[in-house]
Design a protein around this ligand. Sequence first.
Ligand code: HEC
Ligand code: HEC
Length: 281
Amino acid sequence: MTSGNTNTNRWTTGSALPWLLGVTLGLIVGIALLIIIPRTLGSAAAPAATEKPAETAAPAPAAGGTESAAPAAGGAPSAEGGKTFFASNCAGCHGANAEGGVGPKLDQAAAWNLTQFGEAVHEGKAPDKTLAAMMPHFTKAQVSDAQLADMHAFLQQTFGVKAEAAPAATTPAPAAAAAPAAAAAPAAANTATTPTAEGDSAAGKEKFTANCAGCHGANAEGAVGPALKVAKDWTPAQFTAAVREGKAPDKALAAMMPHFTTAQLSDADLTNIHAFIKTLN
Ligand code: HEC
Ligand code: HEC
C-alpha cells in the first residue's frame, strides 16, 4: 500500500510539474500582453491627445470636431494637413475654406508671411492692428510651428498666393498681352516682397501716369475709373489681384478695368504703383 501511494504521489507530482509550468508561462505571457497592448494603443493615440487643448481653449468653434490631422511629418508644410487642422480649430469661426463667418475671411492673412501669421494666431496681433478678443490666442502647445506652417500653406493655396495660382497663368490674356508671361515670376516676387515691400513711389508715379491715369486721374482721384484711395490699405496680393485679374477684395471689377499681364507691368512696377497710391491723400 505504502509503495502504491508513493507511486501514485510520484505520478501525480510528475504530471503536475508540466501543468504548473504551463500555467506559470501562461500568466507571464498574459501579464506581458496586458502591459504591452495599452502602451501600443497609447502611443498611437498620443498625437490626437496633444492637439486637443486647442479644441478646448477655442471659445466654442461651432464646427469643432475633436479630431485633428497630425502635423506634416516634418519637412515641407502640407496644405492638406493644414486644411484638416484648420477644420478642427478655426473653421467654426472662419469657415471651412476660410471664406469667413463669425471671423473674417482670411485672404489677407494668406498674403502675410509665416511670422506675421504666427503672431496673429499666437498673440492676436495682425500687422496693422490688434485683433479683437474673440480671436483666441492659441499657445504653441495648441498650434505647433508645423501646424502653423501647414495652415499657412492651406490659406496660400486657397487664396492663390503661391505659384500654382499665379495671375498670369489663370487670367485670360487681354488684347494687348501677347506673351503668356512667365507664370512663376509674379508669385515668387509676390511671396518674397509681400508684406514689407515698400516700393519706389517715384517710379510708380511714372508707370501710373503711363498706364492708369487716363482712367483713374493723374493722382488717382478718379475719372472714368474710380478713385483708388481704397487700395491704399490693400495687401500687395490684393492689389495685384485687382490689377492683374480684375478681382477686388469685395467684388469682381467691371470689364472696363483692364487686366495687366506681367509682360505689361512687372511685379516691381505694381509694387511701385501701389507705393505711389499710398502716398496720395
Ligand atoms: C471663436 C472664433 C474664432 C476661432 C476659433 C478662430 N478665430 Fe481667427 N478670428 C476670429 C475673429 C472674430 C477675428 C477678427 C478679429 C479682429 O478683426 O479684430 C479673427 C481674426 C483672425 C486673423 C486675422 C485676419 C485679418 O485679416 O486681420 C487670423 C489670421 C486668424 N483669425 C486665424 C485663425 C486661425 C488660424 C484659427 C485657428 C487656429 C482661428 N483664427 C480661430 C475668430 C476666431
Ligand atoms: C480703361 C480704363 C482703365 C485703366 C487704363 C485702368 N483702370 Fe483701373 N479701373 C477702371 C474702372 C472702370 C474700374 C472700376 C471697375 C469696377 O468698379 O467694377 C477700375 C478699378 C480699379 C481698381 C479697384 C478699385 C476699387 O475701388 O475696387 C484698382 C485697384 C485699379 N482699377 C487700379 C488700376 C491701376 C493700378 C491701373 C494701371 C496699371 C488701372 N487701374 C488702369 C478703369 C481703368
